[in-house]
Design a protein around this ligand. Sequence first.
Ligand code: MEV
Length: 283
Amino acid sequence: MTRGSAVGKIILSGEYAVVFGEPGIAVPATLRTDVTWEDAESPLGIGFSGILPDKRAESYVRNVLSLCGEARAKPVTGTIGITSGIPLGKGMGSSTALVIAICRAIFGPSCYAQALAIEDAVNPGHSGLDFAVIWNERPVIFQKGIAPQEMALPGNALDGAVLVDTGMPNETTADLVAWVRGREQQARQYVEAIGRCTRRLIAGEPLQRVMRDHARAQEGLGVVTPEAQRLIALVQSTGGTAKVLGAGARSGGCGMVLVLPNGELTLAMLRETGYPIIETNRP
Ligand code: MEV
């Protein structure tokens, strides 16, 4: 049996801006996706455990496996086991982690080229930020066209942070990226504002101070649902800060929201909202 594993990710700054060439910063999440593969001549069987996929995620996995088959010029057969600890489709890099973990199980640890080619096929229009942080499992500063740089984050950057699950977006990341790309004129000022947030973090400004401006720019892009906007405003009213992680949504849930709470004041308010509070990340 061969195995592959990959982490999720938390984007501190840079959503969408990275697609247009601005810098972004992401850190690995503590949650992982693990894959096992028992090669056999039997038809392909896929078993899921942990966070179970919906139909969309299941067909995504089948697509990744079929592209792996094309890449090795031999269909993948036998048994694939997938244990996802990363919430699926909620901005934490589950789709890229699936690509990398599946490729590591099938091609072995040096599968960078195969995994990136499959990522390009299944996540069209992606910037490369998710792939860079998930492949390297290190905090990275990412900018298109430049080799990702490792970033030494202050050890306590995400101390006390919580992730709030606002539910499953109706759109995929690829849909949302295509939508934002199609309205580049309107997006430009917000893309630049997000780029400035990343530069402020690189210059050493604390995340709490930068996140409020980042969240406002994401709202300007049109990828934060009204419910998520209300949640962020509530967090801010308690003295905390919050931002949507990843692509966000135009309708449905808005995926994970990263919250830097102002102690118990924010946490008590969050518990009252009834949204599941998922995880504290240790970078
Ligand atoms: C998705 O995790 C982040 C986006 O910036 C898309 C990308 O960078 O490929 C929205």
